[in-house]
Design a protein around this ligand. Structure first.
Ligand code: GAR
Length: 207
């Protein structure tokens, strides 16, 4: 599967986030420069009070909120339709704390990326930083991957290691990991959109 190609109009991304959006902010900032060659078409959240929504509004980016209701399948289809309405080349989850369902995954297969604050396949799930710290690793980090049907199991695109310091707690380590995530997202997502990428089995090639 090959991603967006080099020519034509700037490529479009939709960003999904549930929290403060401090990692997503790096992409908003990068895209403010036309030379980056990427348009943030919209920012979506499952939470109306997410800081990510405020950050998008401040940047003049369209926003939408899709709260999860009692009907998970309807939420999944609704989210897919909403995201699709912005015609994204890529959908990037930056702190979106929901698992997309089958309809969403089918619609955006190979075009839905997630950033995770651990070096996968170690420490998947909701508490990657805490789990890595409790395990006692000396090298933590972050992973950008193509989302598949599992929990943080998709093909790896990029990884950055972050050393664990002796006096780290979950918060201090996560902040340094987020610094690495911001740089990883801006660099990798930008190159994927401007130059294309290829997913062959578990191998992702970005020029
Ligand atoms: C980021 O570290 C992201 O990798 C993580 O949430 C943080 C969002 O921070 N995502 C996950 O843990 C998903 N499993 P932010 O709200 O400050 O951008």
């Amino acid at each position: 599967m090959t991603g967006p190609e080099q020519h034509g109009a700037p490529k479009r991304i939709v960003l999904l986030a549930s929290g403060s959006g401090s990692t997503l902010q790096a992409l908003l900032d990068a895209a403010a420069d036309p030379a980056y060659g990427v348009v943030i078409a919209a920012v979506g959240s499952d939470r109306p009070t997410a800081g990510a929504i405020d950050r998008a509004r401040a940047a003049g980016v369209p926003t939408f909120v899709a709260p999860v209701g009692s009907d998970r399948d309807a939420w999944d289809v609704g989210l897919a339709d909403r995201v699709d309405s912005y015609a994204p080349d890529l959908v990037v989850s930056a702190g979106f704390m929901r698992l997309a369902g089958p309809a969403f995954l089918a619609r955006f297969a190979g075009r839905f990326l997630n950033s995770h604050p651990a070096l996968l396949p170690s420490f998947p799930g909701m508490h990657g930083v805490r789990d890595a710290l409790e395990y006692g690793v000396r090298l933590a980090g972050c992973t950008l991957f193509v989302v598949d049907g599992g929990v943080d199991t998709g093909p790896v695109i990029a990884q950055v290691g972050v050393p664990v310091l002796d006096d780290d707690d979950e918060s201090t380590l996560h902040e340094r990991i987020k610094d690495a995530e911001r740089a990883m997202l801006v660099d990798t997502v930008g190159r994927m959109l401007r130059e294309g990428y290829r997913v062959t089995g578990r191998k992702v090639t970005v020029p």
